[in-house]
Design a protein around this ligand. Sequence first.
Ligand code: CIR
Length: 277
Amino acid sequence: MLPEPTIRRSLRAITRELSPAISRCELTHLAREPIDYQRAVSQHEAYVALLESLGLTVTRLRAELELPDAVFVEDTAVVVDELAVITRPGAATRRLEIAAVRDALQPWRPIAEITAPGTLDGGDVLQVGRTVYVGLSSRSNSEGAAQLGRLLAPFAYAVETIEVHGCLHLKSAVTAVSDTLLLINPAWCDSAAFAGVDTIEIDPSEPHAANILRLDDAVIADAAFPRTAENMRARGVTVHSVNLSELAKAEGAVTCCSLIFRVAPENHGSVRAQEPS
Ligand code: CIR
């Protein structure tokens, strides 16, 4: 008898190659420092290779010289099982990123979109079961959250807003290990908003550690945060590490560099999303 495929076998990822213009990226909470482009490319390639080694099929979109932040593909869409919502990123410089992502998601999901005056970055959207938390940040506004709520309501998702302070996105402050366990930096968002859900706090010496990428039975974390990784392992979480130190200078982290979504197992790897020319 064949072994059961792991659930992760049906996960796909969309990533986008790194633009040499990354040195002109948006920055909100960090001072600009030089980014070593070649090292950043190598780190990003290692990230994609890790996703592939863990069984995901990855669609890699091309970089564009005029889109410095396009590698942070997470911000351009919110993908749930039933629908892909193309966002309207809060930074106007990032709005041209959405076209290629819409094309790449088209084969996999019905498409909806956030429209003006709504703004929404995918980095502000945290799905935990049928609850979708939206961070109200410098990028995402209450109109964007309300639009997302209306789009997801027919599928029985409840959208809740939460204030974010001191960091770029909600998922800088909190991410999900599973539907019942969150990793949180309580200094950057109000943990009371997640009452009833179990939480692990980041190690206080690692304020940026709360951003982890959830897969079905493991997480990916930046190797820069070993103490928080140990806290997770102590709770039985499988943690894979990757070094994204150059992208961290652009205020990027592990969730930002991919859009992860589930496909029916029979479609896994069989259909290529259209890639922009
Ligand atoms: C920006 O400021 O938009 C980019 N430099 C970083 C975006 C990181 N994205 C994310 O955390 N989801």
